[in-house]
Design a protein around this ligand. Structure first.
Ligand SMILES: [Ca+2]
Length: 171
């Protein structure tokens, strides 16, 4: 009985340690806080909103009168492979007829460009702030020379974007 309890205790401790180490293995490789329009590539149809903001320092408001691909940022010089790359941001919408979701492109020299989209939780209608993310699995030796971060609006309406993070976790 004593031995069995000891084994269970060890197992619980090991499991707790594993969970802890997983929580702490995510590493942020790039941030786009969207506190200034200077951070954004696409300048038309977008503006800074100082009032409606998730991080308290302004957000990017997209006024979409037609479907749009808003180019946010390009990240070069990453030295990431054998990992999961995660593009995460805060989104909010008002009277969005259609869908809005994050899109990430990874460019591999000599191999092409591949995308990942947050289609499992697209935004539609009117919503308060939600967190949306989309992952990209990088096998060993697969290092993108460039990562492109976009927001796709398929439809019409207003979408706010804030607090963008590009992170990696081990596979
Ligand atoms: Ca911001």
């Amino acid at each position: 009985m004593t031995r069995k309890s000891g084994l269970i205790a060890c197992w619980v401790i090991a499991a707790a340690f594993a969970c802890n180490s997983e929580d702490h293995t995510e590493v942020i490789v790039a941030e786009v806080p969207l506190d200034s329009l200077d951070e954004v590539i696409t300048k038309s149809g977008v503006e800074m909103d100082a009032e409606v903001t998730s991080d308290g320092r302004g957000s990017l408001r997209v006024n979409a009168s037609q479907p749009a691909r808003v180019r946010i940022a390009e990240v070069d010089g990453l030295t990431v492979d054998d990992a999961q790359l995660i593009y995460r941001a805060r989104l909010r919408s008002r009277e969005l007829r259609g869908h809005a979701f994050l899109e990430m492109w990874c460019v591999f020299p000599g191999q092409g460009e591949f995308f990942s989209r947050a289609l499992q939780s697209p935004l539609t209608g009117t919503n308060d702030w939600v967190t949306q993310e989309t992952p990209f699995l990088l096998k060993e030796g697969q290092t993108p020379s460039r990562v492109v971060l976009n927001l796709i609006v398929e439809g019409q309406g207003t979408v706010w974007l804030d607090d963008i993070v590009l992170a990696k976790t081990p596979l």
